[in-house]
Design a protein around this ligand. Sequence first.
Ligand code: GLU
Length: 295
Amino acid sequence: MQQSAQTRTGRFAPTPSGPLHFGSLVAAVASYCQSKSVNGNWLVRIEDIDTPRVIKGSADNILHTLENFGFEWDGEVLYQSQRFKIYEEFLQTLISQGFIYACNCSRKSLLGSPIQTGPLGKIYPGNCRTKQLDLHTLKLRLNTETVGSIEFHDNHFDTFQLNLTDEVGDIILKRQDGVYAYHLAVVIDDALSHITDIVRGADLLGSTCIHLHLNRLFKFSTANYLHIPLIKNKTGDKLSKQTGAKGLSIQKASEQLLDALNFLGQKTPTELSTYEPSYILKYAKDHWDSKKIPS
Ligand code: GLU
């Protein structure tokens, strides 16, 4: 893997909770082209942090599918399940700086509290902020009381902004069952892997504001962001494993790659459909233009 101060590095970070579907293929193609078009590195990270949600064999299946779709990644595949010690160390830094508190609220105990809902879900009212509960056995929350608004430039959606204090609230960074939050792991992994270009679905635009705040607390540098429009199914829901998206078919790899490029607004000559997936990806990165991604 080549690495210099200027080397751009992207990543694809699937959750192994089922096979890759068309939405994940679009994210893989876009992140691959965005870094490979500038001779950068492209890494693969398996986000198997939420161990109860992981489906056995799914990570291998995802890597096998990526290979059959012509993708080649740089360096070793990273598995979040092997990095708990690193997440704990960073979490301890936040604890020692006073940004974290323990919380024993359950859904039931919150029934009497006024709960508002923001773009990322229910907003925790901060009941445990000042209780000084046991940091070893309970869930841990990041105090966002004084954070306010976080704004960033996205290469597709332009300016995006979210107020963490009013619209998100105190997010959980470690659950009571010991599982570290996606937000914590993703920020640490992207920084330690020197990721410069984060390309992923638009459903994570709001999460990026949380990531930028954590970056700031850890003094990590900021990456370039490109969020791609979501693919919806016939009923208007985001295409995902939860909404029943079908797995990709290796036999139709070339055709599905062209469909993904078409979704991303990249023009491809029709004869390309008769070529191997690796050739299609090479063509795609040589002709990649992120400005053509349709709104
Ligand atoms: N693991 C997430 C997913 O499969 C992607 C997270 C990211 O790209 O930051 O949707």
